[in-house]
Design a protein around this ligand. Structure first.
Ligand SMILES: [Ca+2]
Ligand SMILES: [Ca+2]
Length: 495
């Protein structure tokens, strides 16, 4: 492998101590988890949750406790992370399109491609891109090795929960039934990663991306994971009746008509606790699969020269704000686990500075001694990795369809919708974001300066919908809001 003096010197400075293959760049193990909110031990989002492997990873690394997705939905979030560009720059706001089908985006260099060009062997298994994206046409252009795609694996004969509104979507289910952990899709993805780690050669450094599907619905797990969360002692999240009384009507439009049931349906069907329990059980199961992969890494020759990063693509509501699911601009949807560990990364540290998932691209690049791509929109987190109290000016911005954004700094969350309606939360005093400080009738003037400071970070230009945009698309047109091309009738809101 060719190494330049520039790289070698920078890298030596960066990590100090020698590593197993000191002449080479570090490897990268990137673990992605789907729809995982802050209910993990390193973030403390749920008092009952048991995630020993993520806890252990956090103990040997750095956890960003104020990290947020760029879009609260799979495809736009993952597109942003993997390309280093905001949804407002690509126009990818929905579950479609895949970037390679869009003339203006098809040549974007994704993170694995960037590392591949720098001499890395790149592998992708499980859910890294949404759905089958990247695997269909010209799949070899995306990475060197494709592993198994994400799949549910074992399923019950029929849905466990009662038929859900909006067409009884087959994925909208949760509970336990007779099956084995080994029969689950995520088990197979972890097994693939374990095998690949065992087969790595020293010829090239590797960039191994491993994407887990749970706790995405259907939240199926075997009984032993449910046993960790007995019904009698289960802690329910803060579900506050009337919490939406101070949020604008347009806050309903961004998750207007979805398969994920409202809290009202969960309560009417006695599914509130079963969903929380199944989600927690699924998290603990997926944590065990994270453990299998990290254990394999630690038993390998690459234990000491591999950067591990773990993230989720967005959060998930379990009744908070009176809904289940994603597609909102509140903390339940935007806050994500983001943990780094490995050479050059301090252990047992937390950083509360705002971080964005699109920062991964420049951060991982710099962590291995590559220059960050000069056309990306992320900011390297290296200053915070080197000194976790280093302040960061830029807040974290999350977008759900054009015109709807939230801006989060170390204290505040400001939300603006496409019709100009606003929310402001003091997350120090109100971490669950219950009190909208700028609801009608409140004294907005008192927060004018705070809002102005946050608002200045909003994207200045917003790309129109990329060709082929579909699924969970909201548009503000001259005569009102449209959800999936159909005009929204505010009176028809299902709350
Ligand atoms: Ca997702
Ligand atoms: Ca409220």
């Amino acid at each position: 492998m060719i190494k330049t003096c520039t790289f070698f010197c920078a890298f030596t400075l960066l990590i100090g101590a020698s590593i197993a293959r000191s002449a080479d760049r570090p490897n990268v193990l990137m673990i992605a988890i789907d729809d995982l909110n802050d209910w993990v031990e390193p973030l403390g989002g749920h008092p009952d949750v048991q995630t020993p492997h993520m806890k252990k990873l956090a103990q040997r690394g750095l956890t960003f406790t104020n990290a947020h997705c760029q879009a609260p939905l799979c495809n736009p979030s993952r597109t942003s992370l993997m390309t280093g560009r905001r949804p407002t720059s690509t126009g990818v706001y929905g579950l479609s399109p895949w970037i390679r089908t869009v003339p203006e985006l098809k040549n974007l260099v994704t993170m694995p491609q960037y590392f591949q060009k720098a001499g890395y062997r790149t592998l992708i298994g499980g859910k890294i891109y949404h759905g089958g994206n990247g695997r269909r046409k010209n799949s070899q252009a995306e990475c060197d090795v494709w592993g198994p795609n994400a799949q549910v694996g074992a399923k019950p004969d029929k849905k466990i929960i009662p038929p859900t509104p909006g067409g009884n979507h087959p994925l909208m289910d949760w509970g336990t039934f007779d099956h084995r952990d080994e029969d689950k899709g995520d088990w197979k993805v972890a097994s693939w990663a374990v095998d690949e780690i065992g087969k790595m050669s020293d010829e090239k450094p590797f960039f191994l991306s491993v994407g887990f599907f749970l706790p995405h619905v259907p939240c199926y797990a075997t009984q032993k994971w449910f046993d960790l969360y007995p019904n009698e002692t289960l802690t329910m999240p803060p579900i506050v009746k009337g919490d939406r009384d101070d949020t604008p009507e347009s806050s309903w439009y961004i998750h207007w008509d979805l398969p994920e049931p409202r809290q009202s349906w969960l309560e009417a069907n006695d599914q509130s606790k079963p969903l929380v329990r199944a989600y927690l059980a699924s998290i603990s199961f997926v944590d065990s699969q994270v453990g299998r992969v990290i254990d394999a890494l630690e038993a390998s020759p690459y234990a000491d020269n591999t950067i591990v990063v773990l993230w989720s693509d967005h959060g998930y509501h379990l009744g908070e704000k009176l809904i289940s699911g994603k597609n909102t601009l509140w903390t339940h949807s935007t806050r994500v686990p983001l943990i780094f560990a490995g050479p050059g990364i301090p252990s047992s540290k937390k950083c509360n500075q705002p971080a964005e998932l699109l920062d991964l691209y420049p951060t991982l690049s710099e962590l291995v001694g590559l220059a960050a791509p000069d056309d990306g929109e992320g900011l390297s987190l290296l200053p915070q990795i080197n000194a976790p109290t280093t302040p960061r000016d830029r807040p974290a911005i999350c977008t759900h369809n054009a015109g709807n954004h939230s801006v989060c700094d170390t204290r505040w969350r400001y939300i603006v919708y496409a019709d100009g309606a606003e929310e402001l939360y003091d997350r120090d005093a109100d971490p669950n974001e219950l009190q909208n400080l700028v609801a009608p009738g409140k004294n907005r003037d008192a927060f004018e300066e705070t809002i102005a400071n946050l608002k200045k970070w909003l994207p200045k230009n917003e790309a129109p919908l990329a060709p082929g945009s579909a699924h969970r698309i909201l548009e503000k047109r001259d005569d009102g809001f449209y959800w999936q091309e159909k005009k929204i009738d505010p009176a028809a809101a299902v709350k």
